[in-house]
Ligand binder design. Structure first.
Ligand SMILES: [Ca+2]
Ligand SMILES: [Ca+2]
Length: 295
């Protein structure tokens, strides 16, 4: 009996070798009378009909499932972050004027200068954006605190309580990297970006919270004091290059008096470009972000 089983296994291996020996490319698929594969930002679910329940092995980076099919991609790690934006902040929350007026773009807006981030994060319709979304934000993971090159980046939504959510509204962002310690960089299109002061162990169930202390951001005085021991990203970097200079004022000036717009000159994110935004610029003029976040 043992020999029969052994012989069968050898025949299977020989047949598989014959089949795949002539293959030029491999594409992941399920070959079965019934089954399916679903993918969303949280991961991939695949199944085949009639397949016995088998063991799944998981080392934290990759997953191996015994059976007819294999998952198509590495497991992602969920990264939870909290931060505020000075311009939009008031008494514990940020305003959602852009979301309420359906002015937030359906596609992540960081695919232009200076970010050139080409991610495809998007929503199908304005109503799919979380009702409490403030704006799109961009998050980077970095292996160390020198240089300015991200390992991976991802766009998502910043909710009015400071929570970072993915484009589908789920809490945190999912990065396709191995679990480990990473520095976090948070960016917004008209605030000075900040980097975490430490490299927290990720994935994390408790958010890395920039808002609890000035020193949660790497460097000196790299956040705005919002009062009541709350801190947030500094406003007024209209061109998002990491420093507040006359170039930011000049860009603001081209948008003066625009109303009901999604414009970088709208520093307090109330959908209008007014003197209130100029006052924010003036209060932050000459501020310099750390070299790690500058373009
Ligand atoms: Ca600037
Ligand atoms: Ca404004």
């Amino acid at each position: 009996m043992k020999n029969i089983i052994k012989t069968s296994i050898y025949m299977c291996i020989a047949f598989a070798t014959y089949l795949f020996g002539y293959a030029q490319t491999l594409s992941p698929q399920v070959i079965a009378s019934g089954g399916a594969s679903f993918t969303n930002a949280a991961g991939t679910l695949q199944y085949t009909m009639g397949q016995a329940i088998n063991t799944t092995l998981n080392n934290g980076t990759n997953i191996l499932t015994q059976g007819f099919q294999q998952p198509e991609q590495n497991i992602s790690i969920n990264v939870q972050i909290k931060f505020f934006l000075e311009g939009a902040y008031s008494a514990g929350n940020m305003n959602t004027a852009l979301r309420t007026a359906n002015l937030l773009p359906l596609n992540q807006p960081y695919n232009v200068a200076p970010w050139y981030y080409n991610g495809t994060e998007n929503v199908a319709a304005a109503n799919n954006i979380p009702a409490n979304a403030v704006d799109w934000i961009l998050v980077e993971l970095r292996s160390n605190n020198v240089g300015n090159t991200p390992l991976v980046s991802q766009a998502g939504f910043l909710l009015n309580n400071g929570t970072v959510a993915n484009a589908q509204g789920g809490i945190g962002l999912n990065f396709n990297v191995a679990a480990g310690n990473y520095y976090l960089v948070v960016r917004h299109r008209n605030h000075i970006a900040a980097m975490s002061n430490t490299n927290p162990s990720l994935p994390n169930a408790t958010p890395y919270d920039f808002s609890t202390a000035m020193t949660q951001a790497f460097g000196t005085n790299q956040q705005a004091n919002l009062g009541s021991s709350v801190f947030g990203l500094l406003a007024a970097d209209v061109n998002a290059d990491g420093v507040v200079t006359v170039a930011d004022y000049n860009l603001y000036q081209t948008q003066i008096a625009a109303i009901n717009v999604y414009a970088n000159g709208d520093l307090n994110l109330d959908k209008h470009v007014t003197v209130t935004d100029f006052n924010l610029y003036q209060s932050r003029a000459s501020h310099i972000g750390i070299s790690q976040i500058r373009y």
